[in-house]
Ligand binder design. Structure first.
Ligand code: SF4
Length: 335
């Protein structure tokens, strides 16, 4: 097979996958971008100039072998492209969707610096692995040999799932603990569907379960170490939301996202009510009493009744009705 014509960034303009139709998007929470078609993925991959020192790779936290899987995609050798991509990344289809490529690989791409517009690395990465899932190239986890040791992973976020994949593929018995009701951490509870569909993450979790990884969900692991087995802690996660700026920013954030993913808020994600202290309760009670007293006084006044405790004959008169007749205050006479 003839090698693909790479370095076509001069002739071929940059093109990202098409966005789904606005009206359709307005009625659902699904991803904004549709998938690349094969021809488009090949064409966009061929824009890569196969740098000797690929800055895309050095800007990638995983050190992904980007020029190679771009070249393989441009050549139509998608299965090999998937293998190269999966060799350094446990969830390439997730990275392709949510990585801030503009600040990483695509931001470092030399043809971006030359003003030709970067190679759409993220979109191609996503396309390769989505195709691999469709065509059954994503192999189940089958360790070469079973080891006696077992490892506990605390936290089923992206780090925990990747660690579980690596350790289980190496033959360890792996149990993943997480306090949420679903595995995925930030991928499930922190990123809205229009950027990452939850099925994409659950597909990865199912593969781990099929590979022998046990998940203990709704389980909060305290500071005490787990008994009898080495534990890998990956639960840092991001449980304090970053306050958004702009309209609606004062509404609780987490409820919106959770609603977007359509799942019920588990107890520990419910918005916390402010704790009532004895002092605040007393203040509240005093406030209530004061309000009640004022209401009562106003009502009595409205009915021309003298307030509680006022001596007989010191009735309050209505200023409006008794203006003419009201006795004027006279200074006591100097008799
Ligand atoms: S930096 Fe850009 S052009 Fe260079 S290898 Fe990476 S993707 Fe290709």
């Amino acid at each position: 097979m003839a090698p693909p014509r790479m370095l076509s960034f001069v002739a071929v303009p940059q093109e990202t996958p098409e966005k789904r139709d606005v009206d359709t998007r307005a009625r659902d929470f699904h991803e904004i971008y549709a998938d690349y078609i094969e021809a488009k993925a090949k064409e966009q991959s061929s824009r890569c100039s196969q740098c000797g020192v690929p800055f895309c790779q050095s800007h990638c936290p995983l050190g992904n072998n980007i020029p190679d899987w771009l070249m393989l995609t441009a050549a139509g050798r998608l299965e090999e492209a998937y293998e190269v991509s999966a060799a350094t990344s446990n969830m390439p289809e997730v990275c392709g969707r949510i990585c801030p490529q503009d600040r990483l690989c695509e931001g470092g791409c030399v043809i971006e610096q030359s003003g030709h517009g970067t190679v759409t690395i993220g979109a191609v990465e996503r396309y390769i692995t989505d195709t691999a899932w469709e065509r059954g190239w994503v192999a189940p986890i089958k360790p070469a040999r079973e080891l006696k040791q077992s490892v506990a992973i605390i936290g089923a976020g992206p780090a925990g799932l990747s660690a579980a994949d690596q350790l289980r593929s190496a033959g360890y018995k792996v149990t993943v603990y997480d306090r949420h009701d679903r595995a995925g951490g930030l991928l499930i509870y922190g990123i809205p569907n229009f950027k990452l569909e939850k099925e994409i993450v659950e597909r990865r979790t199912q593969r781990l379960i099929a590979g022998g990884v046990k998940f203990k969900l709704n389980t909060e692991i305290g500071p005490r170490p787990l008994p009898r087995r080495p534990a890998l802690e990956t639960r840092r996660g991001a449980h304090r939301h970053r306050r958004l700026q702009g309209q609606g920013a004062d509404r609780p954030r987490r409820r919106r996202q959770r609603r977007a993913s359509g799942a019920r808020l588990p107890h520990h994600l419910q918005p916390r009510r402010p704790r009532r202290t004895a002092r605040s309760l007393r203040q509240r009670a005093a406030q209530r009493c004061g309000q009640a007293r004022r209401r009562h006084r106003r009502r009595r006044h409205r009915h021309g009744l003298r307030p509680h405790g006022r001596a007989p004959g010191r009735e309050v008169r209505h200023p409006a009705s008794t203006a003419a007749t009201a006795p004027t205050c006279r200074a006591p006479s100097a008799k």
